[in-house]
Unconditional design. Structure first.
Length: 600
């Protein structure tokens, strides 16, 4: 799109000329240094407090559009560049849990510059691999990528000033409530006694009841089964249920993934065959990339992973090369999963990689952590790359420029991943405590750190072999496989679909089946990774969100556009709650840290 056309719809004269260095400096400054760190602190906080994080694309897209709105309809491209950079910063910032895993396991922490360099090499490598697969997954197979579609719709919709004002207003309301809740939970005994967590509640509001209720079911099952686990020796008296339930939950994910991936590859095979029968369409100018340079990029950053991982961090070359090779497999597997279901099983990629390396003779947890980090970070970045390219594909955004913005975001994210991790752990010493060896009554209420719990639990199996742990994983695999297979068969039935869609009774039966009787194994497993209170707040947010969304929506006022489905009020408020709670935790932590330092 030419600058002349963009200028024709320009609303604010003070904005720099599109395509100029000032234009890109503005977008980079906002995306990488304002919106990115905001999403980064949120992602880091969520991974420490819950164990997963919500991508920052929607938040960055909405807030970035407050500036690019001034460019008119074509401002969507600038907003897309910003959200690309910001989402990369946020995604890498959440990877600070790797440092927490080092602390829990008593491993020596390398100097900051070494960790940043290693994370940077992995992130840049993952971006290159993700870009290599973009022509297949995005252009040729044309996978949906639900979040990418949502962001594209939002960026198009936010050229409307009233829509932009309403969406930002809802985000702001949620953020203020999140800040108030975060401060209140820390300072008011009554709120602390009920383990109030506005971020967990907000995350539930984003996903809804069909995801939130299964988490509660999983937590209640863990509590109910604790006496049985103690009787068979899988738990000791006083142990938290998640000490064994997390292994069953991991197996549940793997079993469900086996069913889903079989279906995904079957669908992909049909799409490839259909595409092979048709001539490949000519690429538009904005789609074109230099494949030779991209391959060189991947090779150079792959070599950087081996160099930093071996020479700086001391990991064996063989395991690093093996991990790099696995990235090419999981970037496709996870990419297809994200493209169809919007689910990126990064922790499963880590677990499977460690298990495979153990088969090859790995015994050192430190090596497992360093090599597994290649899978954890690369699959995060590669799938985020594909998600962003799907947004750009729908908007017609220049692909090369978008890649450059992503690279800048990775650079900033690599730094902030270490900075935020050490800042949070310094401000909240409870994050330093190894929860995998703590009793139920010792588990911190607001810091479940489910991803760290999974990482450390798998790494400990390398040196502390307990056969019943493998049994627990296989039990979970069988459960997940059976549930997901039954769900697929039932949902494929035309008679069942007609019954569910035929009235309120059918809808209620379908809801009970999806949320309680045969819930998604992915959602059910979450209740095994966290404490019960965390599952209750998460599920409560989902229930409230679904109840609100079930109410009739008021008709838009004359001349007022309706909010798109991807921008419903509960998801915007929920995202604001998460961001506000994260900012409150960061502010309280910094204040407490400064007070401690001043006392010395």
């Amino acid at each position: 799109m030419s600058a002349t056309v963009i200028q024709a719809g320009k609303r604010w004269s003070w904005l720099p000329e599109p395509g100029s260095w000032k234009y890109h400096a503005l977008l980079i400054g906002l995306g990488a240094f304002v919106l990115g760190p905001l999403g980064g602190v949120t992602a880091s906080y969520m991974n420490f407090s819950i164990g997963f994080f919500v991508g920052g694309q929607v938040l960055a897209g909405i807030l970035g559009s407050t500036v690019t709105y001034g460019y008119g309809a074509e401002g969507k491209h600038g907003a897309n560049y910003m959200q690309t950079a910001a989402a990369s910063v946020a995604g890498l910032s959440g990877m600070g849990v790797l440092i927490q895993a080092m602390v829990w396991m008593g491993l020596p922490q390398p100097p900051t510059w070494e960790l940043v360099l290693y994370m940077l090499c992995i992130g840049m490598f993952g971006a290159g691999v993700g870009m290599l697969y973009t022509p297949i997954l995005v252009d040729r197979m044309q996978l949906t990528y639900p979040s990418g579609l949502a962001v594209a719709n939002i960026l198009r919709a936010l050229t409307d000033p009233a829509l932009l004002r309403r969406s930002v207003g809802r985000l702001g309301t949620g953020a203020l409530a999140g800040i108030a809740g975060g401060i209140g939970a820390a300072k008011i005994a009554a709120l602390g006694a009920i383990d109030l967590s506005t971020s967990t509640f907000g995350a539930g509001m984003v996903v809804g009841a069909r995801i939130g209720i299964p988490a509660i079911v999983g937590g209640l099952l863990g509590v109910a089964l604790t006496p049985y686990f103690v009787s068979i020796g899988w738990l000791q008296p006083g142990d938290p249920f998640r000490k064994i339930m997390f292994l069953i939950a991991l197996g549940t994910i793997m079993g469900a993934a086996a069913v889903d991936l079989a279906q995904i590859f079957w669908q992909a095979l049909h799409r490839v065959r259909a595409g092979a029968a048709a001539p490949a369409p000519a690429q538009a100018e904005w789609q074109r990339t230099n494949t030779r340079r991209l391959v060189l990029w991947v090779l150079c950053w792959g070599a950087g992973i081996v160099a930093t991982g071996h020479a700086v961090l001391g990991a064996p070359i063989g395991f690093l090369v093996f991990a790099i090779a696995l990235v090419f497999l999981f970037a496709v597997v996870n990419g297809i999963s994200v493209g169809i279901s919007d689910s990126n099983p990064i922790s499963s990629a880590f677990v499977v990689s460690v298990v495979l390396m153990a088969v090859l003779g790995l015994k050192d947890p430190a090596v497992g952590l360093m090599a597994g980090a290649v899978l954890l970070v690369s699959t995060t970045v590669a799938c985020d790359m594909q998600q962003d390219r799907s947004t750009g594909w729908r908007l017609g955004t220049n692909r090369v420029l978008q890649f450059r913005y992503q690279a800048l975001g990775i650079l900033m994210g690599a730094i902030l991943s270490v900075v935020f991790a050490r800042l949070f752990m310094a401000a909240y010493p409870v994050l330093l405590l190894d929860q995998t060896v703590m009793k139920a009554g010792q588990q911190p209420a607001q810091w479940s750190a489910a991803m760290t719990y999974k990482i450390v639990g798998v790494l400990r199996s390398l040196t502390d072999d307990k056969p019943y742990q493998r049994t627990a994983i296989w039990v979970g695999v069988a459960i997940g496989f059976a549930i997901e297979l039954l769900r697929k068969l039932i949902h494929r039935s035309p008679a069942y679909r007609r019954y569910v869609e035929g009235g309120k009774v059918g809808y209620g039966v379908g809801f009970l089946l999806d949320a309680v009787i045969l819930p998604s194994p992915y959602a059910l497993s979450f209740g095994g990774f966290v404490n019960l209170n965390t599952a209750l707040w998460f599920g409560g947010g989902g229930i409230v969100s679904s109840l609100i969304n079930s109410l009739p929506r008021p008709a838009p006022k004359p001349g007022e556009a309706a909010l798109p489905e991807d921008m419903n009020s509960t998801s915007l408020i929920g995202g604001g709650l998460i961001a506000g709670d994260a900012l409150a935790a960061l502010g309280l932590g910094i204040a407490g840290l400064l007070t401690t330092l001043s006392g010395h």
